[in-house]
Unconditional design. Structure first.
Length: 277
């Protein structure tokens, strides 16, 4: 039985390319991304129609039980990128550059990006604004698609004083606007906004010529991402309000993930009143 619109896409969907992502963005269709760390889930998410699989360094917390993403190494990231790439058929695979793998210099970043791309990533993601623009330019000039990450940048959790909402003051909001523009000008193909006010995310999304992917940044971003284990309702402990358990009301993971795709595309998720800031 197949009653869901996304159920049968796998046999028909062509591989997602950067060009295709740009087409979807230009048409106003919301983009879907979930974190993914292994081959089996890669196949499940791809089958459900998720366009982008983010091999996030959140795996340090989700898979390794660490208290932050800081200890994750490049070798560990490459292992999980390889696993995801092996299970994936059509989704776009993004590899997170872990802490201390790109901060030193653009050429260090290029070497690290090469490790992830050779493991099967099609794009790399790096955190932060300002100083990262030069690195993003360096990578994109050399054929590496880059996703930026602004707002709450978990690798800086110790500097930020915890997992707090960012961009709340006028000054912080204007720095964020500036950083987003610099990343876009430097060649970033998209930017993740984590834990920032929905109104600010909406405003910057309107200003930028590239997609923004929100996590705790409201419904007006160009797309959404969640940590897989959070949206499957299996993460223990207190979760941020932007998380929704998509297994509620569904009997299988396939159905829960398909519901995520439908709710993001139809802008039912996130609901700014419930999940936004
Ligand atoms: O590592 C990760 O999973 C991420 C997402 C939270 C965007 O960066």
């Amino acid at each position: 039985m197949s009653s869901h619109p996304q159920d049968s896409h796998h046999t028909t969907r062509k591989p997602i390319t950067l060009h295709r992502l740009r087409e979807l963005y230009a048409s106003g269709e919301k983009l879907t991304m979930l974190t993914c760390y292994d081959a089996t889930f890669a196949r499940v998410l791809d089958d459900a129609g998720v366009e982008m699989l983010l091999v996030g360094d959140s795996l340090g917390m989700v898979l390794q039980g660490k208290s932050s993403t800081v200890p994750v190494t490049l070798d560990e990231m490459a292992y999980h990128v390889r696993s995801v790439a092996a299970g994936n058929k059509t989704a776009w695979v993004i590899g997170d550059m872990p802490f201390a793998s790109y901060q030193q210099s653009p050429s260090q970043a290029m070497q690290s990006a090469a490790v992830l791309m050779q493991a099967g990533a099609q794009m790399v993601k790096l955190e932060g604004g300002g100083w990262t623009a030069e690195t993003v330019h360096f990578l994109t000039e050399r054929g590496v698609p880059v996703c930026g990450h602004l707002g709450l940048t978990p690798q800086s959790v110790h500097a930020l004083g915890g997992y707090r909402i960012q961009g709340k003051t006028d000054e912080a909001a204007s720095v964020l606007r500036q950083h987003a523009k610099e990343l876009s000008d430097a060649g970033a193909a998209m930017i993740v906004f984590e834990l920032i006010p929905s109104v600010l995310a909406a405003e910057i999304t309107r200003l930028l010529p590239i997609p923004t992917i929100g996590i705790g940044a409201g419904v007006d971003c160009s797309g959404q991402v969640l940590v897989l284990h959070d949206m499957l309702g299996i993460t223990r402990g207190r979760l941020p309000r932007f998380v929704k358990n998509f297994m509620q009301g569904y009997a299988s993971i396939d159905e829960g993930v398909a519901a995520y795709v439908v709710e993001v595309k139809s802008e039912q998720f996130p609901d700014n009143a419930t999940h936004g800031y």
